[in-house]
Design a binder for this molecule. Structure first.
Ligand code: ATP
Ligand code: MG
Length: 194
């Protein structure tokens, strides 16, 4: 599961756990991005912070891991390049499933080399209950091969990192939106407050 994770929150965690069970996965690897190409218009917390927060949030789950593969890169990172690295390294014999929110699937055509990406992994796209996947979207995804994207429902969690950052900045509550340890880490390091 790739993302900025700035910061990681219960929306990400619930989605990952649901995918773990639903697709009978062996592990879920959270991969915080390097300098995210889609979000360069705003200042993103240091990769080191985002990595530690993801670790804190996943530490009690034995089948969740966090990878440094992207945060250790200097420049922007692209999913297609990361998957290539995973495929020659530790996960060369693994079948990879990229977990994402349906919002990210809609943007996938703007990612680097989408056609190549679809040859390297399948996608599990989280939707909210009641979300109807449009015929148009299914049709456009089909050109990468049929059945490459499985949509699955997660409870409606209107949680986003954007909202959490805004709440921290405005001094509004964030408790129960993300793990307590991560909240402590944010306040201890003064993240999102300026
Ligand atoms: P931001 O508001 O900064 O965009 P975000 O909350 O969307 O942050 P990302 O790091 O952008 O978090 O998302 C990582 C992945 O998790 C993406 O695939 C995104 O679609 C998915 N995701 C984000 N929030 C939720 C949620 N509440 N429920 C399910 N999936 C989510
Ligand atoms: Mg997002």
């Amino acid at each position: 599961m790739g993302g900025t994770f700035d910061p990681i929150h219960y929306g990400h965690l619930v989605t990952a756990e649901e995918a773990f069970v639903r697709f009978k996965l062996d592990r879920v690897i959270f991969i915080p991005s390097g300098m995210p190409p889609h979000k360069s218009e705003r200042k993103v917390a240091d990769g080191a912070h985002r990595f530690i927060m993801a670790q804190m949030a996943t530490i009690t789950n034995p089948h969740f891991d966090v990878s440094r593969i992207e945060v250790d890169e200097k420049g922007p990172t692209y999913t297609v390049d990361t998957l290539k690295k995973l495929k020659v390294g530790e996960y060369k014999d693994a079948e990879l499933i990229f977990i994402t929110g349906a919002d990210a699937i809609l943007e996938i055509f703007t990612w680097k080399n989408p056609a190549e990406l679809f040859t390297m992994c399948r996608f599990a796209a989280a939707t909210r209950p009641g979300y109807v996947v449009s015929e148009d979207l299914l049709k456009s995804l089909d050109k990468f091969g049929t059945g490459k994207v499985d949509f699955f429902e997660v409870p409606a969690l209107a949680i986003s990192s954007t909202d959490i950052r805004r709440r921290v900045k405005e001094g509004r509550p964030v408790r129960y939106l993300l793990p307590d340890e991560v909240i402590s880490y944010i306040s201890k390091n003064g993240l999102y407050s300026e």
